[in-house]
Design a protein around this ligand. Structure first.
Ligand code: TRP
Ligand code: ZN
Length: 470
């Protein structure tokens, strides 16, 4: 800052500048508001700065008959700077009361940002508790690509889904994958309904007034886009995988017959994943099968993926379970890094088929290059249209190149380093970033360091290149 500019400033501005200057020297006495977004390249307002969440306790009372939600969110977080105010992401709904550390806090709302101004500033490093009473009729969020998430009604019930930014439609939070937290989600619903979420069912109790409370506990870190809440009529079955992981499935009655086959293989898929990718990252597993047609896609909700009707084939089950390692445990640092989720989950499908004596990944690779749809129907798609590490717009983060060209990147790495090093790479990658976040640059550096191969050409042509690879 030039001295000339400083003398022209009006008194209050000069004072602010002084505060800013002292802030830079570390002797500030004034808190600042946390940032309203984490500047994700595709969703710049998603998430918030100035704090990190340790734990969400969500109490959601939902009545499918009128679609009304009455809820409390208790968010335990740690301030990463001295904070005069901070934001939570929340879309729609009405906010009743907000307290921070037990004291009433002022708040205001603009767009999807709920700004909370605690009665007392928060110290850097302080662990603080924010309680938000909120409610109303939650609804869907429409993505740039036209798909819908948020709160979706399913006929006799509803489902809360979050990828990429839908969770803000059903709870206030730091809705960016870099801020993972533990969750306790308690769903209170009228008698006769099931309520299913992530993790372990801790208790199922009579909540009075003809309602049942289902308390779900997720001890491992979870990105908010992987949280789910499902209410409706469901058939619940429990079991264990051969190595002892608790399985809990919830299936819409109309989908039960067609789901039986694919879900019977789920325990085996989990064990296969452990063999291929290393220890299963969570304490529970299972699946939720929604009434057919209620959601436009399957989703890898943590521990318990969602299927929009009976899974069409076992590869889809493999895909969503592979995401538990790649996406859920190792989550993207930004929405630009989606191929680390989808490329890996598709490659897992290819490995599953290969390991079961069907099409090999090499045969798929050849088929994609040739556009041979007899080997893989997706080979005829626009899988090559853009580099997976650089989707052109937010609309493209779930487009074909992220999935298939992303998987082909992995196959190119395998061709360069050989099967043994490649298998170790997948396991080591899952271990290195277990319950954390990673970026494309993290992966390319890790792959080269781990295998001892220079993979620059693979990255240049397949991951970052704009031309159709030949
Ligand atoms: N992750 C889902 C899957 O492949 C698909 C999906 C649903 C998705 N919504 C999205 C991908 C939003 C990216 C962004 O299993
Ligand atoms: Zn996927």
């Amino acid at each position: 800052m030039e001295h000339r500019a400083l003398v022209r400033l009006a008194a209050p501005a000069a004072a602010a500048l002084l505060a800013l200057t002292t802030a830079c020297t570390g002797t500030t006495v004034q808190g600042r508001p946390g940032a309203a977004g984490l500047r994700d390249p595709y969703f710049p307002k998603a998430g918030n700065g100035g704090y990190q969440v340790d734990h969400y306790a969500l109490d959601l009372d939902y009545d499918p008959a009128d679609g009304l939600l009455n809820a409390t969110a208790v968010i335990t977080a740690r301030a990463t700077q001295r904070l005069s105010a901070f934001n939570l992401d929340l879309s729609g709904l009405r906010v009743g009361k907000v307290t921070v550390q037990g004291a009433g806090a002022r708040y205001n709302r603009t767009g999807n940002e709920l700004t909370v101004r605690p009665a007392e500033e928060l110290r850097e490093g302080e662990v603080f508790r924010t309680e938000v009473e909120y409610g109303g009729r939650p609804g869907p969020v429409t993505d740039p690509d036209g798909s819908e998430e948020g709160w979706i009604t399913t006929g006799d019930g509803a489902v809360g889904v979050g990828e990429p930014v839908g969770s803000m439609a059903w709870f206030p939070g730091n809705h960016h994958p870099v801020d993972k937290a533990a969750y306790d989600i308690t769903l209170t619903v009228p008698h006769g309904y099931e309520a299913v979420s992530n993790g372990e069912l801790r208790s199922r109790t009579d909540a009075g007034g003809g309602r049942t409370a289902f308390a779900w506990h997720s001890p491992e870190p979870m990105a908010s886009y992987l949280a789910t809440a499902v209410v409706g009529k469901y058939e619940v079955t429990t079991g264990r995988t051969p190595s002892g992981i608790a399985v809990r499935n919830a299936v819409a009655p109309g989908e039960a017959a067609r789901s039986a086959g694919p879900l019977a293989r789920l325990p085996e898929v989990v064990e296969w994943g452990i063999g291929r990718f290393g220890p299963y990252p969570f304490s529970t597993t299972g699946a939720i099968v929604l009434p057919a047609g209620s959601l436009g896609y399957a989703l890898e909700t943590q521990t318990r993926p969602l299927f929009p009707g009976a899974p069409a084939d076992e590869e889809l089950v493999v895909h969503e379970l592979a995401h538990q390692w790649f996406g859920d445990s190792v989550s993207p640092k930004s929405w630009k890094d989606m191929w680390l989720n989808e490329g890996f989950a598709v490659y897992a499908e290819w490995l599953w088929d290969e390991d079961h004596g069907r099409t090999t990944a090499q045969q798929r690779f050849t088929a994609f290059l040739a556009g041979d749809t007899r080997v893989d129907a997706n080979a005829g798609s626009d899988w090559y249209a853009f580099p997976p590490a650089d989707p052109p717009t937010a609309r493209d983060i779930s487009a074909n190149p992220v999935y298939y060209r992303g998987a082909l990147v992995l196959h190119r790495v395998r061709q360069e380093v050989g099967d043994e090093k490649f298998s170790a790479l997948l396991r080591d990658w899952a271990a290195a970033h277990r319950h954390g976040n990673a970026s494309t640059a993290d992966f390319t550096a890790f792959a080269e360091q781990r295998t001892g191969h220079d993979l620059k050409k693979v990255w240049d042509v397949w991951l970052y290149g704009t031309e159709r690879p030949r």
